[in-house]
Design a protein around this ligand. Structure first.
Ligand SMILES: [Fe+2]
Length: 270
């Protein structure tokens, strides 16, 4: 059994060197969960799990979201394989998954099956660290704000000339109001941002959007960000409650294929 963890950057991301038996046996599951919350991103370079192994390993960490084929969702721009591929275009913008959920997914586990010759790398930002580094007075002021998240906000910057029918579909998703600062059960706090953050409740719309833009810029500073350059066989886990992520645009016909499993959420946003 081997399990060696080393930090990739000061404020985010840890690389873990281990083996299949250790992952599948679940003996390190509690350590992995703890490290994930602490570091935001865990990388298992070229671990090369099969689909069955990815599912089995994911189940050692928690309950799986029902998605795709028996819990395994194929992230691809090919809509013949994944009918919801069109929505993935919005993932080039910083976001967390499931903005409209009361209890957002705990974490996602992503394995690279085929990389794109251009683009397709993924960036992650630590929203705990971004909050921690704010001045005390700012933390207090931001702690009072509530943000309205909408589907339209996640799509409109990607489909700039969206026809009315498309906009009507976006509008059919109910907006979701969330606190700007998430106070976790652990007592730690994180900024809750992402492309779905559309405006701030009770604030002039333009003023609120300017504040959201400023906070996005703050949170995605290099010191809070880890950029992963994928190799086939890599596995990355992100804490969906303490990070945001985005993918670099890649060509429709690149063949890029990632397999994702997702852990059911455990903590309501508060
Ligand atoms: Fe995502």
């Amino acid at each position: 059994m081997s399990f060696i963890a080393r930090n990739l950057a000061e404020r985010i991301a840890t690389e873990i060197e281990t083996d299949h038996a250790t992952l599948l046996g679940g003996t390190k599951a509690a350590d992995i969960r703890e490290l994930l919350e602490l570091r935001g991103i865990l990388l298992f370079p070229r671990i090369n799990l099969t689909d069955a192994e990815q599912l089995a390993f994911s189940r050692t960490l928690g309950e799986l979201v029902e998605q795709g084929d028996k819990g395994l969702y194929k992230v691809t721009l090919d809509s013949k394989i994944t009918p919801t591929a069109e929505y993935l275009r919005g993932t080039v913008l910083w976001h967390f998954d499931g903005f409209s959920d009361d209890v957002p997914a705990r974490a996602s586990i992503l394995t690279a099956r085929k990389t794109s010759p251009v683009g397709g790398q993924t960036e992650f930002a630590n929203t705990y660290a971004a909050y921690d580094d704010l001045p005390a007075a700012r933390k207090e002021a931001l702690g009072k704000l509530r943000v309205v998240h909408t589907m339209a906000a996640t799509q409109r910057d990607v489909f700039r000339d969206a026809p009315a029918a498309m906009q009507a579909v976006w509008a059919s998703f109910p907006p979701k109001v969330q606190p700007l600062v998430w106070t976790h059960r652990s007592g730690r706090k994180s900024l809750l941002l992402g492309s779905s953050a559309d405006w701030i409740e009770g604030m002039d719309k333009a003023e609120g959007q300017a504040l959201l833009a400023e906070l996005h810029e703050w949170t995605t500073q290099p010191r809070f960000v880890y950029r992963h350059e994928w190799h086939v066989g890599d596995m990355v886990i992100w804490d969906n409650c303490g990070t945001m992520h985005r993918v670099e645009a890649y060509p429709d016909d690149s063949g890029r294929m990632m397999h994702r499993t997702t852990l059911v959420g455990e903590e309501p946003i508060a």
